[in-house]
Design a protein around this ligand. Structure first.
Ligand SMILES: [Fe+2]
Length: 151
């Protein structure tokens, strides 16, 4: 059965966009399930049922992370932001300003839909390297002219 959550006619969407949609919807479903299991586990007074629900919640968390990893591999933009924000310590919001600083202060990133600037003065690729990433809407191919493997 085709997805019922497309926001455009499916014949206008590339296979790449359809796969991204599948992964994003799957991630949403896994996160929703985590929330549901969390609430049910907390609400029940039956300790055996709570243990089962907590187990299931944690399994959904594993599923969510597997889908997120697929998204990272499929999307250079996910990859860059995951490398910036995940598995770091300290202030989360300071990571963004630190990243902007490395890129010369001109980087805005896709979160506010402005063009991404070139890489930082220190030669780091950082978010600025995403300038080279082009989305070819006609084919739906995500392509990159920079080597993000070096980040
Ligand atoms: Fe799941």
């Amino acid at each position: 059965m085709a997805s019922t959550t497309y926001h455009e006619a499916s014949e206008l969407l590339s296979e790449k966009s359809k796969d991204l949609h599948r992964a994003i919807v799957s991630l949403m479903e896994e996160l929703e399930a985590i929330d549901w299991y969390q609430q049910r586990a907390e609400a029940t007074q039956d300790l055996a049922l709570r243990a089962v629900l907590e187990h299931n919640r944690d399994e959904e968390t594993e599923h969510a992370m597997m889908v997120l990893e697929w998204l990272r591999r499929a999307s250079p933009v996910f990859d860059a932001h995951i490398r910036t924000y995940l598995l770091k310590e300290g202030s989360i919001t300071r990571l963004e300003s630190a990243e902007k600083g490395r890129a010369g202060g001109a980087v805005t990133g896709p979160s506010n839909h402005e063009p991404l600037a070139a890489g930082g003065p220190d030669g780091s690729l950082g978010l600025g390297s995403l300038q080279a990433i082009a989305f070819e809407s006609s084919t739906g191919n995500l392509s990159s002219t920079s080597n993000l493997e070096n980040t």
